[in-house]
Design a protein around this ligand. Structure first.
Ligand code: CDT
Length: 302
């Protein structure tokens, strides 16, 4: 057996007025609490350092640069890395990244994986950006990820915590390709943070199903690829917008083995045996034996 003790570190709402220091203090509290329970790696939500700012439009995109990180670690986030090294605990963290490449400002919705020495072992740029790219003031609230971010271009996996770790972000979890690409790379644990409003302005008929769909996609992704999935919410009423909770740790069987029950800062913890993946990867989902890529021409080159 290869056990990894994992914490889904759900966050309650982050107010627009909250400083990054205040938020980092909340994340540090999670790290310390998790350490007491012998956790190896703590998974934080998407955009875990700020409020979900893509709900507001600003004509000048630079007005919102304060919500992005230009270095990681930076002055505000260094305490997380120091705590990781001191406590010997890893973490996954979602945040907004602002980089200057060839003199051009580029913005991405990213996650990083940090090991127990406080070293970044992987970075992922969100591929599936939901919502819209232009001001749509008719909505009760906006979802301007296509305005505030460029899409990333690949799903990676990284060797860490004794296994093969993958990363995704929020809307990625709704796409089977997300898990399958990582599955083909041998992923054993997919970590993903999310910010999901209960209300979907273009399709309000989905609202009552938001939690069902949340778990449906993550449980299916886990089972169909024989991998653990750790999905972590920023939940509760944030700036008047109700966000789902439902953070969950899902086994390769597709079963939820631990879950949060509030919409606030809460840890759900599970002892995950990475060797459990083998039971699925070597039988029902033995890709080598049973996949038929020649029949998937429209979506697959391999
Ligand atoms: N953050 C994020 O990706 N949220 C989306 C909301 C979709 S509604 C435009 C999600 O898939 O949960």
């Amino acid at each position: 057996s290869r056990f990894v003790n994992v914490a889904a570190a759900q966050l309650g709402p982050i107010a627009r007025s909250e400083t990054k220091k205040q938020v980092v203090d909340r994340l540090l509290a999670h790290l310390h609490q998790a350490k007491k329970m012998d956790v190896d790696v703590v998974v934080f939500p998407e955009l875990a350092l700020t409020t979900f700012f893509p709900r507001w439009f600003s004509e000048d995109i630079s007005d919102f640069d304060c919500f992005y990180e230009t270095q990681m670690p930076g002055p505000d986030t260094q305490p997380l890395f120091d705590a990781a090294a001191k406590l010997q605990i890893g973490f996954y963290l979602g945040y907004a990244e602002l980089v200057i490449e060839n003199g051009v400002k580029r913005r991405f919705n990213v996650s990083i994986l940090v090991d127990k020495t406080g070293t970044i072992v992987g970075k992922y740029r969100k591929v599936h950006l939901p919502g819209h790219g232009q001001d749509e003031p008719w909505r009760a609230f906006q979802h301007l990820e296509k305005y505030y971010f460029e899409p990333g271009h690949e799903f990676g996996v990284w060797s860490a915590f004794g296994g093969v770790m993958g990363m995704a972000l929020c809307n990625d979890r709704r796409w089977s390709e997300t898990y399958r690409v990582m599955g083909l790379k041998g992923v054993e644990m997919v970590m993903l943070g999310y910010n999901t409003p209960v209300h979907n302005p273009p399709a309000p008929e989905h609202d009552d199903l938001s939690m069902f769909h949340n778990h449906l996609v993550m449980q299916a992704g886990a089972y169909q690829n024989g991998t653990w999935v750790v999905g972590v919410a920023k939940a509760g009423s944030e700036e008047g917008i109700e966000m789902i909770g439902g953070s969950a740790i899902i086994a390769p069987s597709g079963e939820i083995v631990a879950a949060c029950s509030t919409k606030g800062d809460e840890l759900a913890i599970a002892r995950c045996d990475l060797d459990l993946c083998h039971s699925y990867k070597s039988t029902t989902f033995n890709f080598e034996r049973h996949r038929r890529p020649e029949a998937y021409g429209l979506i697959s080159s391999q």
